[in-house]
Design a protein around this ligand. Sequence first.
Ligand code: FES
Length: 108
Amino acid sequence: MANATWVKVAPISKLPEGKMLGIEIGDLEIAVYHVDGQYYATENVCTHALALLTDGILDGDVVECPLHAGCFNVKTGAGMGDPITEDLRTYRVRVESDTIEVEIPAAS
Ligand code: FES
């Protein structure tokens, strides 16, 4: 099995505390968040329908979808009730030389 890959996504200066950033890596739409001094990443497409969470609102560690106001915890990807029935996939994040990197699992 091939190893996962760490992909550089942005300098830390592009993602201040309390903000989120949408990125594309290949076919993946990923949202990166800066919350409570840490960086987190989830898939960016809402699990309810077709909307990008980075077009919504980040309030603390909760992102609200712009389409039907479904909410997710960005630290865990957990959906927080109606209309969300499926959690978000999460990705590991690290900072190397002031650059945010996201771990992309190898395709199976
Ligand atoms: S598309 Fe996100 S809550 Fe409906």
